[in-house]
Design a protein around this ligand. Sequence first.
Ligand SMILES: Nc1ncnc2c1ncn2[C@@H]1O[C@H](COP(=O)(O)OP(=O)(O)O)[C@@H](O)[C@H]1O
Ligand SMILES: [Mg+2]
Length: 340
Amino acid sequence: MLNKENVTEVLKDVIYFPKGDNIVALNMVENLMVNENGVRFDLIVEHADDPKNDILVNAAKRTLTGVFGEIHIDIKVKEEETALAKVKHIIAVASGKGGVGKSTVAANLAIALARANQRVGLVDADIYGPSVPMMFGVEDEQPACFEKDGKTVMLPIEKFGIKLLSIGFFVDTDRPLIWRGPMATSALNQLMNDTLWGELDWLVVDMPPGTGDIQLTMAQQYKVTGAVIVTTPQRVAFADVLRAAMMFREEALQIPIYGLVENMAYFTPSDMPEKKYYIFGKETGQQFADQLNVPLLGQIPITEQIAECGDNGTPLALNADSPVTKAFDEIAHSILNSRF
Ligand SMILES: Nc1ncnc2c1ncn2[C@@H]1O[C@H](COP(=O)(O)OP(=O)(O)O)[C@@H](O)[C@H]1O
Ligand SMILES: [Mg+2]
């Protein structure tokens, strides 16, 4: 008899081979409707443009007609709504080395983008050394977790209008995290995928240093719109900058680079805010950018204030009077006006 129960039972014979199970068990059948005219349902797939979708639709049709005869069958292929479905751009803030100011740049850039009326999220992908909770003064908060469609999802913490998520909310950051690569990667995937990000214009990703598993996962599994590379002006830093840039440019990844941010470009004493001491040379950042053939998005001074603000949970770019804020606003505008 043609009814919903029997149709569901028959659809259990349709196997989706890449995942080794049937389409009912894999939750790929939605909005099933059965009446005397026939059967219709939505087939939920990961990628709408996957050629395997047609094969699966045909297999389902054949299986149904095999049991119920020549009935009317209407199957709509629909792409799965992921946590990131409504996130327009993902921007990776990266460098080859630790301590150059990636987290500082990521946090202040997020603030500057929000000031430009963008909806912004910031995810701390530095699983081994998370710093977003401290930089935003939310170390003691815990994201709410609840069940949705049979899995646990997290709600990011909101501060200064930015949606934040970090492994630091779930682990004791005083102790170093000694995770194997696959565990770190899976933690990153949870932060990205099991979170109700909602509608965002930008998801800024604060990357760990180097070119390891996390970087590869980020670049391969997510649609990263572009990368911002952070450097300091020392000549020895260039080898690391180059390595980070090369990774994004690899043929298999081809992630565009928005440009370079030269952090600690010059020193400005707090009692002489108009002074700029270019300790490592004035042109170094521009030379690095030229060698990579990318724009120099901005130069950020070394100031006590940046470090203090990072430590006490109020990123300096919140302070409208600081010249540092202006630099971050310019970086944000270059990114907003870029062609990708
Ligand atoms: N421009 C700057 N002026 C002063 N201190 C800075 C500056 N940029 C970063 N710092 C400080 O340097 C340390 C490392 O910066 P961080 O952003 O955590 O680097 P990374 O994420 O690359 O490891 C932090 O204590 C931070 O406050
Ligand atoms: Mg960092």
